[in-house]
Design a protein around this ligand. Structure first.
Ligand code: IMP
Ligand code: MG
Length: 180
């Protein structure tokens, strides 16, 4: 285990199993013959999207959007800004927004509002992690990997100051790392 990690919250095999369950659930819910557009929110969703896409038994396409919310801090600034827009036009498309973690919900609400205005046929949300205690907005998450307690976690795409994204598990970061 990495020395900055206090404990492993979700080991790699549990992540893999749950991602496969989400992929099966999404596959079962797809009614359209059209390809599904998976929209990943950069950069935290990258590992999750890559594994989830391979667990969906349907034609999928990828696109990515980048927003800023946290900077290098471990708590939300509450301000969301668009850094990179989608490459594709989503009008008439079936879209699944793929996010690493829903905390306050402000990032998700911002991105959902932006995408909804572009008239996709459907717009669903699939989040690997959810911290329900921290929610400040009323957003619907259609697919949730794990509900987790209010602790700062890293790994499997999630970062602190751009670090730890490549850890193969979800771990609780030692508070000394961001306090000191
Ligand atoms: P929200 O806007 O407060 O819901 O925050 C969502 C974004 O904050 C996520 O996309 C993550 O990038 C980041 N975030 C929230 N909680 C954590 C955490 O525990 N570890 C790493 N990033 C987090
Ligand atoms: Mg982040």
């Amino acid at each position: 285990m990495h020395p900055d990690i206090e404990r492993i919250l979700i080991p790699s095999d549990a992540l893999s199993q749950r991602v496969h369950e989400l992929g099966s659930a999404i596959t079962a819910d797809i009614t359209s013959e059209q390809p599904i557009l998976l929209v990943g929110i950069l950069k935290g969703s990258v590992m999750f999207l890559a594994d989830l896409a391979r667990a969906i038994d349907h034609m999928v396409m990828f696109d990515f959007i980048a927003v800023s919310s946290y900077g290098a801090e471990a708590s939300s600034s509450g301000i969301v800004r668009l850094i990179k827009d989608l490459d594709s036009n989503i009008e008439g498309r079936h879209v699944i927004l793929v996010e690493d973690i829903i905390d306050s919900g402000l990032t998700l609400q911002y991105v959902l509002d932006l995408l909804r205005r572009r008239n996709p046929v459907s717009l669903h949300v699939c989040a690997l992690l959810n911290k329900p205690e921290r929610r400040e907005t009323n957003v619907t998450i259609n697919y949730i990997g794990f509900n987790i307690p209010n602790e700062f976690v890293v790994g499997y795409g999630l970062d602190y100051a751009e670090r730890y994204r490549n850890l193969p598990y979800i771990g609780v970061l030692r508070s000394s790392v961001y306090a000191g």
